[in-house]
Structures are given as structure tokens and as C-alpha cells.
Write a protein that binds this ligand. Structure first.
Ligand code: NAP
Length: 249
């Protein structure tokens, strides 16, 4: 992916990795639009970075995704990159019988898996009309080795990885590049109150390494920072069981 001159939608751009990537892409010379539910968080990013625009989006609402996809190309005709970054992570103790568990699972699937699928489908005609375009899906190292305490989260990320591979294959003869960013633990709101593993990265270091890889490997299918490699490549490297145990102490 060329890192300048794009018009980029970043979901979940009001905080964490989405904000970090949105700001870095803005500084790199792209028009950036961020989207999420909390208008105050989005506004704060836009005010700190003149030129970044924002829109309200709840990925759990299919109608809202449809509306955004209908409006966005009119407001930003050059839209050629979508970063499916927004996501939620909840721990689920499946033995509690908590009646909220199915709702948590449903919400997690709606936001993390159906959300990017619906947004991608809705914006695909726009992206296909551009001379060059990209769909960038943010999954997780936990797509490759699940965290038992977050079973639905891990399943949605594994699902998004599989979907991303199929999407890349289907789009191989189009101008749309499909890229998967596979973060390790990164210090964002998502990690608040959770235990940090030994390879947890600061947000600043993660964004810097990710941007550097995007720049140095413009044709890469996957962006895997060093700290994510042991988990991402656990099967290939033949140490899945060891990694599973270290992810699930
Ligand atoms: N931090 C990590 O250790 C880590 C590791 C691997 C992968 N990731 C992935 O990285 C991505 C970003 O996470 P993060 O760490 O930066 O956490 P974060 O700061 O909590 O960011 C998550 C973002 O998703 C947005 N979001 C949540 N629900 C949404 C919904 N229904 N509709 C639209 N937007 C929604 C949030 O905005 P609103 O609340 O305003 O909607 C928020 O900006 C996620 O996909 C996550 O799974 C994170």
C-alpha cells in the first residue's frame, strides 16, 4: 500500500490503535476520516489533528453501516482505503452460567466480525471504482492462539483472519489490496485492568513499527511486528502447545 495520497476511513479511530494509526496516516499525507460511537473521543482526535474528520458509527447497527456507506463516498469521493480496526474484548467465564454470556458473545461477534464484513461489503463498490485501494483488517495474535479467558473475542479474530484471506483471494484481480495487521498485546484502553504479558508493547512503539513495516513492505499481506511473531507463527514453527500454555498460564 502506498502510504501517501489516500483517503482513509479508520473505524475505532477515537482511541488506541485506531487513533495511533489515524494520526500517523494523517501525518504521512493522507486524508483521514475516523469513526466510532463516542463523539467526544472522535472530536478530541479531530481537534488535536486539524484535517482529520469524524463520523458516528456503531458497527453493531447494520442500518448505520449502510447509511455511512451511502453517505461517505459523496462526502469523500476519493475514499480508497478502509481500516477495519474497531473491536471489543470481553472476558467470559463460561462456567458461571451468567445469563449475560450469550449477549456478550453476540455483541462481540456483531462488532468484531460482522461489523468489518458488513462495512467491507457496503464500501466494496466504491473501492472497486478507485485506481488503487486497500482494505486493512486489524485482527490479533489471538487469532492464531486463542486466549481461553476471551473465547468469543479469540474466535472473532480467527474468523476475521479467515475472512481476510478469502477476501484477498477473491479480490486478487482487482486494484484492491487486502492487508491484515496482527497486533500483539498493546497498551490501550482494551488492556485496562488486564495482565500484561512479557511482549506487551507501548502504543507508540506499536504504531511506529507498524508504519515502518507498511512503508518497507508495501505488498505485504500481513503486518506482524516482532513482538507478535512467536504467537502468529506458532504452528509454522512447531511450538503451538508451548505458546498456548504461555498465552493461557
Ligand atoms: N490492545 C491490544 O492488546 C490489542 C491486541 C490485538 C488486537 N487488538 C485490536 O486492535 C483494535 C483496536 O483496539 P485497541 O486496543 O485500540 O482498543 P480501544 O482503544 O478500546 O479501541 C477500540 C475502538 O473500537 C471502537 N468500537 C468499539 N465498539 C464499537 C462499535 N460498536 N462501533 C464502532 N466502533 C466501536 C471504540 O470506539 P467507541 O467506543 O467510541 O465506539 C474504540 O475506539 C481492536 O480490533 C482490537 O481487537 C488490540
Amino acid at each position: 500500500m502506498d502510504l501517501t495520497g489516500n483517503t482513509i476511513l479508520v473505524t475505532g479511530g477515537g482511541s488506541g490503535i485506531g487513533r495511533g494509526l489515524a494520526e500517523a496516516l494523517h501525518r504521512a499525507g493522507n486524508r483521514v476520516v475516523i469513526a466510532g460511537r463516542r463523539l467526544e473521543a472522535l472530536r478530541a482526535v479531530a481537534e488535536a489533528n486539524p484535517g482529520i474528520e469524524y463520523l458516528r458509527l456503531d458497527l453493531a447497527e447494520p442500518d448505520g453501516i449502510g447509511r455511512l456507506a451511502a453517505e461517505l463516498p459523496g462526502r469523500h469521493p476519493g475514499l480508497n482505503v478502509v481500516v477495519n480496526n474497531a473491536g471489543v474484548m470481553r472476558t467470559e467465564d463460561l462456567l458461571t452460567g451468567d445469563p449475560a454470556l450469550p449477549e456478550i458473545a453476540g455483541m462481540t461477534v456483531a462488532v468484531n466480525l460482522l461489523g468489518p464484513m458488513r462495512l467491507t461489503a457496503a464500501l466494496l463498490p466504491t473501492l472497486l471504482g478507485q485506481p488503487r485501494a486497500a482494505i486493512v483488517n486489524v485482527t490479533s495474535a489471538l487469532a492464531f492462539v486463542p486466549k481461553a479467558l476471551a473465547p468469543t473475542y479469540s474466535a472473532t479474530k480467527a474468523g476475521l483472519h479467515a475472512y481476510t484471506q478469502s477476501l484477498r483471494r477473491q479480490l486478487r484481480r482487482t486494484p484492491i489490496q487486502v492487508i491484515e495487521i496482527i497486533p500483539p498485546q498493546v497498551e490501550t484502553d482494551m488492556l485496562a485492568g488486564r495482565e500484561r504479558g512479557p511482549t506487551a508493547m507501548s502504543l507508540k512503539a506499536f504504531v511506529a513499527e507498524t508504519m515502518s513495516l507498511l512503508r518497507s513492505q508495501p505488498d505485504a499481506d500481513e503486518i506482524v511486528v516482532d513482538a507478535a511473531k512467536r504467537v502468529r507463527f506458532a504452528v509454522r514453527d512447531g511450538h503451538y502447545d508451548d505458546v498456548f500454555d504461555s498465552v493461557n498460564p
